[in-house]
Design a protein around this ligand. Structure first.
Ligand code: NAD
Length: 486
């Protein structure tokens, strides 16, 4: 295994070889639960990007011509290796990201599902024909890969988010250069080893570690034809605009502020369990996290009390320890940012019903307990901004219409959920909510790999979303052939 987690400097992966970055600049990769440095990540240079893209462009010449069923077979082998190394990968995710082992295990499963979907490439890439478009003339559409794809990913899903990109891109015949988050770069290196073990030819999958310079190098590189990005809203907007201005196909998945509406007829046992999982799971560092509960009518008092009680029960600690639910946030700076939002909320009039700042936690890691803010109003900073921490806001309203209106006022529109027993309320919600991924009586409505991950508004920049048939469209281009037979 290429990594020992003993503080070594990570290498890039290019053309099937582990290579040192040309840069001497590094950043510490810290286990957020312990503060221990696991590795150093190089802040690679433009030359490193150029070398990896050259390897990927070279590999594209042969890989794009490998028959689709043969490419799919490598995905099958890869899937088996991922299943075999499931626990090890989950441990790595917990160590570098902090989420509980159970959540990390689930994250690895989400990654495996992407590989399983990508293994359907021979079917997914099929074109279509019309035998007669005019006398003796037929027409057919064929799909081809697009070239070298660049993937840029966030810290919060070091396994799942890269898997939204490279398995499908590769199975469709493209080659890939990944720039993982500099805060969680370890899982990607292990994945590269498993891909090689699965029989993936050299140069098809490459990694360049680093930060902004690597991203800018990718966005302007003439041999990268498409960019898949997942990260925060300002960076997503920048990546989208820059890549598009440079003539690239681009999909940029961005931040979120997901609202969950609870109606008076909701099953509160279910609602509380699901909301707690969605708001505090992965320490709130999920783009599908529940950030705001909109409590309708007289459900509010009991709901808030029950959410507080459930927050009191959560076990905080190192995600590798048994029964721990709430791990640390990613860095001390993120903890400070979250606590400053809580202070700001208090100043603006929100009531801190449960104060995670007071939970007894290890001083070595970046822990913040489950925090519950009541009487939050639209327009307050804790309502407008993505906090990305275990901080849940409750907005109280009188009517369902008001609740929908408030959810729709958010600039973000990744997901929205509703808890109710009413079929007509469910229909109204589906028709009137402006968000791309809706949950009915569940907390995290993240679609599986065969459906698109379909954020709206400032939660997504581009046309074709990640995963599902959108993903196939994104990673392929069409050729129309019209032929006369006479
Ligand atoms: P981030 O935007 O800080 O970083 C994402 C990637 O962009 C990283 O690889 C980083 O190195 C790079 N980057 C950061 N700043 C840059 C800059 N100025 N110029 C060029 N590149 C830059 O995001 P993060 O903190 O790692 O991840 C959390 C964010 O990702 C949250 O906002 C979350 O909602 C979002 N996210 C969205 C989805 C989705 O599907 N919509 C999924 C996961 C995470």
């Amino acid at each position: 295994m290429n990594l020992t987690c003993d503080g070594e400097t990570l290498q890039n992966y290019s053309g099937g070889k582990w290579v040192s970055s040309r840069s001497n600049e590094t950043e510490a990769v810290v286990n957020p639960a312990t503060g221990v440095t696991l590795a150093h990540v190089p802040l690679s240079t433009l030359e490193d990007v150029n070398a990896a893209v050259a390897d990927a462009a070279h590999a594209f010449k042969t890989w794009s011509r490998v028959p689709a069923p043969k490419r799919a077979r490598i995905m099958f082998s890869f899937q088996q290796l991922l299943v075999k190394h499931w626990d090890e990968l989950a441990q790595l995710v917990t160590m570098e990201n902090g989420k509980s082992f159970k959540e990390a295990h689930g994250e690895v499963l989400r990654g495996i599902e992407c590989v399983e979907f990508a293994a359907g490439a021979p079917t997914l890439m099929m074109g279509n024909q019309l035998s007669s478009i005019a006398t003796d003339i037929e027409s057919g559409m064929y799909r081809y890969p697009i070239g070298v794809v660049g993937g840029i990913t966030p810290f919060n899903f070091p396994m799942m988010v890269p898997f939204w990109m490279f398995p499908l891109a590769i199975a469709c015949g493209n080659t890939f250069v990944l720039k993982p988050s500099e805060r969680t770069p370890l899982t990607a290196n292990r994945v590269a080893e498993l891909l090689s073990q699965a029989g993936l030819p050299d140069g098809v999958f490459n990694i360049v570690h680093g930060a902004r310079d690597v991203v800018n190098g990718m966005l302007s590189h003439p041999d990268i034809t498409a960019i898949s990005f997942v990260g925060s809203q300002p960076v997503a907007e920048y990546v989208y605009k820059t890549a598009a201005a440079n003539g690239k196909r681009v999909q940029a998945l961005a931040g979120a502020k997901n609202h969950t509406i609870v109606l008076p007829d909701a099953d509160l046992d279910l609602a509380v369990k699901e909301i707690v999982g969605a708001a505090y799971g992965s320490a709130g560092e999920r783009c599908m996290a529940c950030a705001v509960v909109v409590a309708v009518g007289d459900v509010a008092d009991e709901l808030v009390q029950r959410l507080k009680n459930a927050g009191d029960e959560l076990i905080i600690g190192n995600g590798l320890e048994e029964n721990v639910f709430l791990g640390p946030v990613i860095r001390q700076s993120q903890k400070e940012r979250a606590t400053s939002y809580i202070e700001h909320g208090e100043r603006e009039g929100a009531i801190v019903v449960r104060d995670g700042r007071n939970d007894p936690v290890s001083e070595d890691g970046y822990f913040l307990g489950a925090t519950l803010l009541d009487h939050v109003k639209p327009g307050m900073k804790v309502w407008t901004d993505e906090i990305f921490a275990p901080v849940l806001s409750v907005v109280r309203v009188e009517t369902f219409d008001e609740a929908i209106q408030i959810a729709n006022q958010s600039d973000f529109a990744n997901g929205a959920c509703l808890f109710t027993d009413s079929a007509s309320a469910i229909r109204k919600f589906r028709e009137e909510i402006d968000a791309g991924m809706l949950g009915i009586n569940l907390g995290v409505p993240a679609p599986m790999a065969f459906f698109p991950f379909s954020g709206w508004k400032k939660s997504f920049y581009g046309d074709l979303h990640a995963n599902g048939k959108d993903g196939v469209e994104f990673y392929t281009r069409r050729k129309m052939v019209t032929a006369r037979h006479s």
